[in-house]
Write a protein that binds this ligand. Structure first.
Ligand code: SAH
Length: 254
């Protein structure tokens, strides 16, 4: 038997306290999943664990009653922020869906000099992360911030939290691939030197970071430049790679 569908709700989840689902979720359960009165859904809200809940369908309306806690709310195991320059079209959607599956706790779109997409729709990104969190069986949602400049993100960054800056270039902008000078250490080597359970990764836009941005980043004590190997990765590939290595070395994949 397949597991009951899993939905994020914002309301409190208390045993026996029934409530009505929003229209979109009611439609999904009755029209798409074809559930009826007496069927079940698994509900989570990021605070009260996951609850097996019984449906009562009345026309288009669906009332759900939490009956049994199927999973307790885990303690938070740390913080993993993704700072990334919004990408063109579906690449941003792909990037934040993967970031959600990989356990990012905060998603911060940042405008850099070469960012090509100057606008994002936060509500749209929030619905993508919600759907990804439901599918990936997370017990919480990553927080999606509104667009900010890289300067603002750096100025408001908690300096006790390491920011892993994925630097695709060396220091010599005239040499191919920035030359051998100033190449950053490999990300895994760098992460093994940290003991932090909180941190962030920063990935640039399709056009990369400017020399000025690189200089500012490398001047900040909490920023650690790293290489993601000898090939230029698309930003969305870099996002998946950096988050994966973080989870493997310092995060919840250990
Ligand atoms: N400037 C590059 C493209 C940047 S790729 C070019 O010349 O085409 C987009 C972002 O992915 C970069 O800003 C960087 O953050 C990350 N990235 C891609 N490949 C990387 C690598 N090999 N090492 C470190 N970061 C990388």
């Amino acid at each position: 038997m397949s597991m009951p569908p899993r939905l994020f709700v914002s309301v409190d989840l208390l045993e026996g306290h029934a409530f009505s689902l929003e229209e979109g979720q009611a439609h999904y359960l009755t029209r798409v999943m074809r559930l009826r009165t007496g069927d079940h859904a698994r509900l989570f809200n990021g605070r009260h664990g996951e609850w097996l809940s019984t449906l009562e369908v009345t026309g288009k309306a669906v009332s759900v009653r939490p009956t049994r806690q199927s999973r307790r709310q885990p303690d938070s195991t740390g913080t993993l922020e993704l700072l990334f320059a919004p990408l063109k079209k579906t690449r941003t959607d792909f990037a934040i869906e993967k970031a959600t599956e990989l356990g990012a706790t905060h998603i911060r779109p940042v405008i850099t000099t070469r960012t090509q997409t100057q606008r994002i729709k936060v509500e749209r990104l929030q619905s993508i992360v919600q759907e990804a969190a439901e599918q990936t069986e997370r017990m919480d949602l990553p927080k999606v911030y509104d667009l900010a400049t890289l300067e603002t993100a750096l100025a408001t960054w908690d300096p006790t939290s390491p920011l892993i800056y994925c630097d695709e270039a060396g220091d010599d902008p005239r040499a191919p691939w920035g030359g051998e000078g100033g190449r950053a250490p490999s990300i895994a080597e760098l992460l093994y030197t940290l003991k932090s359970r909180k941190g962030g990764v920063l990935i640039g836009p399709e056009g990369g970071f400017t020399e000025d941005e690189r200089a500012v980043l490398k001047s900040l004590d909490f920023v650690h430049a790293v290489s993601l190997g000898p090939r230029i990765l698309r930003a969305e590939t870099a996002i998946v790679s950096a988050l994966t290595i973080w989870q493997s070395v310092l995060g919840d994949w250990r």
